[in-house]
Design a protein around this ligand. Structure first.
Ligand SMILES: [Zn+2]
Length: 100
């Protein structure tokens, strides 16, 4: 009698555990891919769109007077010295922090 009562309880618990584990894994994968999309793709796309909500960043770049030996990083929009230039992609310049 004790074994009869015990067996179904264990099976139930096992199934429940597996289900929630799979669910957790799926949710974690979704969350990860979602955050990667926002960080990389969304940011790069908005750089190309003049109508996007980038007014703050563009304003910062224009207000700062840029010297001849300085460049504006295309990613963090900071004006930095030429010696901090680490990479170029076409017209875009990247500082050491952003190229790393
Ligand atoms: Zn940068």
């Amino acid at each position: 009698m004790a074994t009869d009562y015990d067996a179904p309880r264990r099976n139930e618990a096992d199934e429940l555990g597996e289900d929630s584990l799979e669910e957790l894994k799926a949710r974690r994968a979704e969350a990860q891919s979602a955050s990667v999309d926002v960080d990389e793709t969304d940011f790069n796309e908005s750089l190309e769109l003049p109508g996007a909500d980038l007014s703050n960043e563009e304003l910062t770049v224009r207000v700062l007077p840029k010297q001849e030996d300085e460049f504006t990083c295309s990613r963090c929009f900071l004006v930095q010295h030429r010696s901090r230039l680490a990479a170029t992609k076409g017209d875009q310049l990247y500082c050491r922090d952003c190229a790393a």
